[in-house]
Each structure stands twice: as C-alpha cells, then as structure tokens.
Design a binder for this molecule. Structure first.
Ligand SMILES: NC(=O)c1ccc[n+]([C@@H]2O[C@H](COP(=O)([O-])OP(=O)(O)OC[C@H]3O[C@@H](n4cnc5c(N)ncnc54)[C@H](OP(=O)(O)O)[C@@H]3O)[C@@H](O)[C@H]2O)c1
Length: 335
C-alpha cells in the first residue's frame, strides 16, 4: 500500500531535496502532491520518472493526504496547519512555527524517536544546526550524560534558502569582476566575508535567535531543562553544508577511545579522519550525503570531562529534508 504525500514548498531549497530523498528511499507513495506559491503554479518537477505539476497551496490541498511535509516558512505553516490537520494528514514541519509548542513533538529519529508517537497531528523538525549537533552528541550523551555544550557554527548559504545560494554565487562573480553588488537576501555582502547569523538579535538574552534555538530545542529533545548550551552562529561563504566546532562536557568522565567506538556505531554518523593527509570533514566532501560527519575528536585538557570535535552535516538533508522523511518513515513503520 502506498501513501498520499504532499510537499508544501516543493520548489524551495529544502522541498527539492525532499523529492529526491522520498525517491531515493523508495518511500511508498501512490500520489505525490507538489505545492508552492502562485509563482510556481504549472511548473513541472520530476519524481520517479514522472513529471508532476506544481499546484498552488491552499486550504483544499490536503484532502486524502497521509503525510504533509512543510518547508515554506513559519507563516505558511501557521496559516495552513489547521486545514492540514483537519483533513487528517500528519504535518511534518521544517519551520520554527511549532517547535517549542508543548503539544508538538520535536524529533530527530536517531535521538528521540518515541516522542514522535505522542503527536496530535503535527511533528516539528528541529533547527538544522541543532539536528546536526544532537545526531552526533546523542550517543555520547547516553554514555556519559551531557551537561554543557559550547558551539561555534559555520553556516552555509543554503541554510537561508535557494535565493541566498544564488546571491552568494552572484555576489562572488560581481566581486571578482570588480562590479558593485547590493545584497537583497542576506544583510551584508557575502563573498569573501562572514557575519553573525542573520536571525534577529534578542537583546534581553544576548544571543541571536539561531543561538537560542540551539539551546531551547536541545533541552526539549533531551528532556533536560538544565542543559547548558552556549553558541556563536556565523554565516560563512560556503554554498551548502554547515560545520560546527563543539566543546562538550559530561557528568561522567568520557574516554576518547570509547567516543570513537560509539560514534563509529552511531546511526546517521560517520567518523572521518585522515591524519596523514591532515584531512578532516569538509562541506565539499559532505554535501549531498545523508550522514553527519565528525572528526578532530580530542580531549580538552582545560576542562574536566570535556571533549572537543568538528562536525559537518548537509543541512538541506539531515538538517531538513532527510530528517522530515525519516519522521514519516518512523510513523509509517508503525502502521
Ligand atoms: N534551508 C535550510 O537548510 C533549512 C533547514 C531547516 C529548515 N528550513 C526551513 O524550511 C523552510 C523552507 O526553507 P528553504 O530554505 O527551502 O526556503 P526557499 O528556498 O526560500 O523555499 C521556500 C518555498 O516556500 C514556497 N512558498 C513561499 N511562499 C509561499 C506561499 N505564499 N504559498 C505557498 N508556498 C510558498 C516557495 O514557493 P515558490 O518557489 O513558489 O516561491 C518555495 O517552494 C523555512 O521555514 C526554513 O526555515 C530550511
């Protein structure tokens, strides 16, 4: 038996990857409904050897839908969630619309799969940096009890959508040609530059919103309100795939050898270290892959019970599209 699956935001950076992941994973689909704004209506997109025409997302889009994967921004999710749930579809959302809602599970299948089954029609995908971070940290947390995370992120243009990727390419070309270029999507010139994450600055907390998402969403998924998370999120002129430098402290003393063994066995994780070549995980190597790749795992001698590591993950895949499809797979496997 196959399902009826809808993708709201099918033409975007994440939506395009959702179509590819559904096809690659052979998710059982009878009908795939591709939904976007009126700008894309009538456009065709390829899935499993067929051309599917993009339809305008509206209140009637979800009749007969089993799983609705949303990646069209939080405003669109909030606008159509009611109609979607009323139609009986399970809404799996990539935006921040409902992530911190007590009635909405926030799920990474490798981390807290059981939470998904308590859903009341909506399941949220965490923020991409948080998914990538916790996919790697969860096996270490199970062994030694995570107490503190200090993260520095190096975030690619793709995290801000297709328009930001286009802007990075166009801005770089203009820079090399010595031509003026005024950014429209991101706040500052991106080529050969880096700047603090473009989410709003939360004055009372002293963090930008992206940094608070890493703290609040990690606490929610690990069911630990005391978890200490401090991060600095930076946009770097990389087209696709985020990187994170993580410094993490545990309740119990970790062993470096066991950390390698746990990560080698962890689902969705790959350890990559080539010490002779001084080659560690890099966005260009990791882009397009499903695994989060970790390397440079070291003991931090300046703090008790602390490890340091370098983590790279394709945030369009594990940080968004892949995680959403994995949630649908988790639910479908229980039926
Ligand atoms: N990029 C990432 O790495 C990432 C990671 C995690 C979560 N997310 C979240 O996923 C969502 C999408 O991100 P993205 O990067 O894919 O953005 P994007 O490339 O800008 O794509 C946006 C999508 O939303 C559609 N859309 C916009 N306005 C619409 C409307 N009024 N009605 C129906 N569809 C509409 C667009 O359709 P048109 O093509 O017709 O305009 C397009 O398909 C956002 O909530 C984002 O925060 C993104």
């Amino acid at each position: 038996m196959g399902y009826t699956v809808a993708i709201a935001g099918a033409t975007g950076a994440v939506g395009v990857e959702m179509i590819k992941v559904l096809e690659a994973h052979k998710f059982p689909i009878d009908e795939l409904r591709l939904l976007a704004s009126p700008r894309s209506a009538g456009k065709t997109m390829r899935y499993d050897g067929r051309e599917i025409t993009v339809q305008v997302l509206d209140e009637d889009s979800f009749t007969g839908v089993d799983y609705a994967l949303f990646s069209a921004g939080s405003g669109i999710t909030k606008q159509f969630a009611g109609a979607c749930v009323k139609a009986g579809a399970v809404l799996i959302d990539n935006s921040s619309a409902f992530r911190m809602d007590d009635n909405v599970p926030l799920v990474v299948p490798e981390v807290n799969p059981d939470d998904a089954f308590g859903h009341q029609g909506i399941i949220a995908n965490p923020n991409c940096t948080t998914i990538i971070m916790l996919t790697v940290l969860n096996p270490l947390h199970r062994a030694w009890g995570l107490q503190r995370i200090h993260a520095a992120t190096y975030q690619a243009a793709s995290g801000a959508g297709q328009a930001a990727m286009d802007e990075l390419a166009e801005g770089t070309r203009a820079y090399l040609d010595g031509k003026p270029f005024t950014p429209q999507v991101l706040p500052y010139p991106y080529a050969f530059n880096m700047f603090a994450h473009n989410s709003p600055w939360m004055d009372d907390e002293g963090y930008c919103e992206e940094e608070l998402k890493m703290r609040n969403e990690s606490r929610k998924m690990l069911h630990d309100d005391a978890l200490r998370v401090h991060s600095t999120c930076i946009r770097v002129p990389v087209l696709r795939t985020h990187a994170e430098a993580l410094n993490v402290s545990f309740r119990d003393a970790p062993s470096l050898k066991q950390a390698y063994a746990l990560l080698a066995d962890a689902p969705g994780v790959r350890v990559h270290e080539d010490r002779a070549a001084n080659r560690w995980p890099m966005p260009t190597d990791v882009s397009g892959g499903e695994e989060v790749v970790v390397g440079r795992i070291r003991v931090d001698p300046t703090l008790d019970n602390t490890l340091d590591m370098w983590v790279v993950g394709d945030q369009l895949l594990k940080g968004a599209a892949l995680n959403a499809v994995q949630i649908a797979e988790l639910l479908a496997a229980q039926q």
